[in-house]
Write a protein that binds this ligand. Structure first.
Ligand code: HEM
Length: 412
């Protein structure tokens, strides 16, 4: 390995270590005066709960344009493959002000409490069917057998996919994340780019089909909101719809997959005391959902960019500075939560920021919470003997985007 390659690989190793366990860095940043610049993140870390909320509320000073800035720049050959798909367009997560409100409107109604309630029987039926698939085996790897499957089925149903299209859509979502947030070798980049292009064409087919014959689904609502009228969609409209549908699909499943994984991990570790408590007192399930979301926050942080010179926590930042708004750190802030590093499902309801805060706060939070609640109702009832498999240590995925175990081997 030459010196430059060696340096890149050492940098990546440091980044992976930080991503697998960012909590010590957060604790130092919360204690430090002002904001801490973190070279590995190439951003100022906003770590305290009050500072996180302040930045998220000051959306005129802190733009979302680079909220989801990728960690990795794919190779030119991968861009060559991506050129066969659709050009990237701004989405709800990367826009501000009126443009953001325009993207957000169909999501607010499409993810309303009534819509989420109406989806519950389907989600419960899918959850039970997935569990039936492995309940007799005495062991499972939960991420593959359940956590990566239920949220995809649910968001697919909401968007309006044919169930047969869900596995490819879910796979495409994972590949998009890998391509932009993990260093892959060139062959893996090309394969991921191919899968992203396949996903984009699938989303485009749905957008055009719903334009021709609208249905009562979120895809039709997004087409109507982002491309009003009834003529054929223009190339521009198609590209905008594909970007926004792709964003919704990914936001709808990778996040919830991660939360399900983290929840089981923390309930079952430490001699499964919290799990036994939950099985004995299922009325604690809603509190357990909030505690899991707070304790090991699935989406660790998003970025913001200053639109003008600003001061936060006494630190002066120039226009164009990048901050990393760490929900995962705010949720461990001792100034806001008692004993924040203890996972305790009996904790009185705490106002955490696992689902963001302010104008960009998560519109899918009730959908995510609902899936986790019904999952815990199902598993505490059917598999109370659940435990972490002794022969597999739990290893975290090295990412801040959707923090979760790589795999979760369970027995009963
Ligand atoms: C455990 C599950 C989830 C977590 C932890 C989570 C977390 C978040 C967070 C932290 C944000 C704020 C982003 C920002 O400040 O820029 C956000 C936004 C968003 N979430 Fe979620 N989310 C989850 C599930 C979902 C689901 C199920 C959906 C869709 C069905 C969804 C759709 C979205 C969308 C569209 C946005 C962008 C909103 C905007 O920019 O106005 N999320 N989510």
């Amino acid at each position: 390995m030459d010196a430059a390659a060696q340096e890149r690989s050492e940098h990546q190793q440091r980044l992976d270590d930080l991503y697998r366990d960012p909590y010590p860095l957060y604790a130092r940043a919360r204690r430090a005066e002002g904001l801490t610049f973190v070279p590995e993140l190439d951003a100022w870390l906003v770590a305290r709960d009050a500072d996180v909320r302040e930045v998220l509320l000051r959306s005129d000073d802190f733009s979302s344009e680079q909220a989801l800035r990728p960690d990795v720049m794919p190779a030119p050959a991968a861009f060559g493959v991506l050129a066969g798909g659709f050009a990237k367009r701004p989405t709800v997560v990367s826009t501000d002000g009126p443009a953001h409100r325009r993207h957000r409107a169909p999501l607010n109604s499409g993810l309303s409490a009534a819509r989420v309630t109406a989806l519950r029987p389907y989600a419960a039926e899918r959850a039970a069917a997935l569990l039936d698939g492995f309940a007799a085996d005495g062991r499972t790897e939960l991420m593959a057998s359940y956590a990566r499957r239920l949220p995809g089925a649910v968001i697919g149903r909401l968007i309006g996919f044919d169930p047969a299209d869900v596995p490819a859509a879910v796979h495409g979502g994972h590949q998009a994340e890998q391509l932009l947030f993990r260093p892959l070798d060139e062959a893996a980049q090309l394969a991921a780019a191919e899968d992203v292009v396949t996903l984009q064409h699938l989303l485009d087919r749905y957008a055009r089909a719903r334009r021709a014959e609208p249905r009562d689904d979120l895809c039709s609502a997004m087409v109507a909101a982002l491309a009003p009228g009834d003529g054929e969609l223009t190339d521009d409209q198609r590209a905008e719809l594909v970007s926004n549908l792709q964003n919704l699909l990914i936001a709808g499943h990778l996040t919830t997959t991660a939360l399900i994984g983290n929840t089981f991990h923390h309930l079952l570790r430490d001699d499964r005391k919290q799990w036994e408590l939950l099985c004995a007192r299922p009325e604690l399930i809603p509190g357990a959902v909030e505690e899991a979301a707070r304790f090991d926050t699935a989406v660790q942080g998003f970025r913001r960019t200053t639109t003008r010179p600003v001061t936060v926590a006494g630190t002066e930042l120039p226009a164009g500075a990048t901050v990393f708004v760490a929900y995962g750190s705010a949720n461990r802030d001792e100034g806001r939560h008692d004993d924040p590093d203890v996972f305790d499902i009996t904790r009185p309801p705490a106002r955490h920021v696992a689902f963001g805060y302010g104008a960009h706060g998560c519109p899918g939070s009730q959908l995510a919470r609902g899936q986790l609640r019904l999952t815990l109702e199902l598993f505490t009832r059917r598999l109370p003997g659940l435990r972490l498999a002794k022969d597999h240590a739990v290893e975290m995925r090295p990412t801040m985007i959707h923090r979760s175990p790589l795999a979760l081997h369970l027995t009963w």
